[in-house]
Design a protein around this ligand. Structure first.
Ligand code: AHR
Length: 501
């Protein structure tokens, strides 16, 4: 068995963990909205048609912010279609997913769903087929208290108080050729800057996210960020990061080490943003909005242009394995560890579409395997991420080269007196691990759980998923200076210790 050591001290802090990193995403895509969060007539639907079983699971998942309405969808969306009396809303063809969009759900409805689930809306504006004027109009509709045509329209539509939406995405994946109205970095940067300035004149308090690359593998990655940030540096707080991972060609080792690429991606975007700052002699630090991340078997998706036109199609309904859940645990651990620069993150998506929650129309709602690490971390990774030192064996992977066999985040919640270790063992061997908690006293074990990958493949039913649920991690010994544990091969674990500092 190999060995590893992690050293953490309460004085060595990476940063406060922003609760907004436990976000998710609801796009008008497939069955995310219709028969996902909303299904009038379902036995669990409330008077408005919201599925209360899904709302309940959303709360259990610990979701904080929810990005809406897209995704690719937003790039051909007219927000005006989704407000006002339902019976007068138009039915359109959504060009992003070639889907019939009835507009039964729109901005005001979604904000009400957020209130129901205790989440914060994160709104995206269309910079594909539309521009600064429509974006500013939407801010006015949502955030202006009253006294203007658009704010009075919102009030007439039943929302007397302003929605007060803080977080706004300036378009979606505008670098991607699949995006309706995709642009060059220069075109997008100019438009995003104009839209940002117009939106801010309506509400100076909003926070703005510029589109970064759709993935680290994009040919324009790096240069896209640089050029866009040269345009919008003074206008935005955040730049987006989108990252999806899958196991390819049976290369399980590389898949398990996806977090290494995820983290390298963060560091590259941060370096680019800081280089733009340096050229301007600015101390401003642009933070990351990792507003799409997950495991997605994208190679199984036929592509946007090969779709039959349909209403509520079953699109991108990936079914996850225990292995996928370990990788999701590691990706979220990576987000927590980078608390100094990651301000927002959205697990893409929430329901039915590459999602931790699945539903059947008229039937059950259930958790996928990926639900577990997200819910556990959202509940327990509170406070600050510590700048812990990791000494672990190294692994060689075909895709990412040499990486640490372990990936860890150590979180100190001084309010609750809780020291939390989130840790992935990416290797095929058990690893005997010591967490040296220097500067902490009265350390006691509260709970230790582990989720272990297997060869069972996708788990299709609630019962199959429950079989892969985290189980107690036996043999954790909390000592005065150090806690010892043995990490099972290919596992993600969470250890909670009572402590004082
Ligand atoms: O999350 C699914 C899709 O992935 C989103 O619509 C798009 O932004 C990304 O390419």
């Amino acid at each position: 068995m190999s060995a590893a050591r992690i050293t953490a001290h309460p004085a060595f802090v990476t940063g406060a963990i922003d609760r907004r990193i436990f976000g998710s995403f609801v796009e008008h895509l497939g069955r995310a909205v219709y028969t996902g969060i909303y299904e009038p007539g379902h036995p669990a639907a409330d008077a408005e048609g919201w599925r209360t079983d899904v709302a309940e699971l959303t709360r259990e998942l610990g979701t904080t912010v929810v990005r809406y309405p897209g995704g690719n969808f937003v790039s051909n969306y007219r927000w005006e279609d989704g407000v006002g009396p339902r019976e007068s809303r138009p039915t359109r063809i959504d060009l992003a997913w070639r889907t019939i969009e009835p507009n039964a759900i729109g901005t005001d409805d979604f904000v009400r769903w957020c209130a129901l689930t205790g989440t914060e809306p994160m709104m995206a504006v269309n910079l594909g087929t539309r521009g600064a004027a429509e974006a500013a109009d939407l801010v006015e509709y949502c955030n202006t208290p009253g006294g203007t045509t658009l704010s009075e329209l919102r009030r007439a539509n039943g929302a007397d108080a302003p929605h007060d939406i803080r977080l706004w995405c300036l378009g979606n994946e505008m670098d991607g050729p699949w995006q309706i109205g995709h642009r060059t970095a220069d075109d997008y940067g100019r438009l995003a800057s104009q839209a940002a300035q117009a939106m801010r004149r309506v509400d100076p308090t909003i926070e703005l996210v510029a589109c970064g690359s759709s993935g680290r593998e994009m040919a324009t990655f790096g240069e896209w960020e640089r050029v866009v940030l040269e345009h919008v540096f003074d206008d935005v707080e955040y730049i987006s990061v989108h990252a999806y991972y899958q196991e390819r060609d049976g290369d399980r080792a590389s898949f398990l080490a996806s977090g290494a690429s995820f983290e390298a991606f963060f560091h590259e975007v941060i370096a680019t943003a800081d280089a733009v700052a340096a050229r301007r002699h600015s101390s401003k630090r642009i933070k990351l909005s990792v507003d799409e991340w997950n495991v997605w078997y994208i190679d199984d998706f036929a592509g946007e242009t090969n779709l039959e036109l349909a209403e509520r199609p079953r699109l991108i309904e990936d079914v996850y394995s225990a292995l996928d859940a370990v990788v999701v645990g590691d990706l979220l651990t990576t987000l927590v560890r980078n608390a100094d620069r990651v301000a927002v993150a959205c697990l893409a998506q929430l329901v039915n579409v590459i999602a931790p929650i699945m539903t059947e129309p008229g039937g059950e709602a259930w958790r996928q395997t990926t639900f577990y690490p997200v819910a556990l971390l959202a509940q327990h990774a509170r406070g600050v991420a510590l700048d812990a030192r990791l000494d672990a064996p190294r692994l060689t992977t075909a895709k990412h080269g040499e990486v640490d066999a372990l990936s860890a985040a150590v979180v100190w919640n001084s309010e609750a007196g809780e020291l939390v270790l989130s840790i992935t063992n990416r290797s095929t061997e058990s690893v005997s691990t010591a967490l040296d908690h220097v500067g902490f006293t009265d350390v006691e074990l509260i709970e230790a759980v582990t989720l272990v990958a297997d060869d069972e493949g996708p788990r299709r039913t609630a019962a199959e998923v429950a079989d892969a649920a985290p189980r107690p991690l036996e043999g954790v010994v909390a000592g005065e200076h150090s806690t010892s544990l043995t990490l099972p091969p290919e596992s993600w674990s969470l250890v909670r210790l009572r402590a004082s500092a």
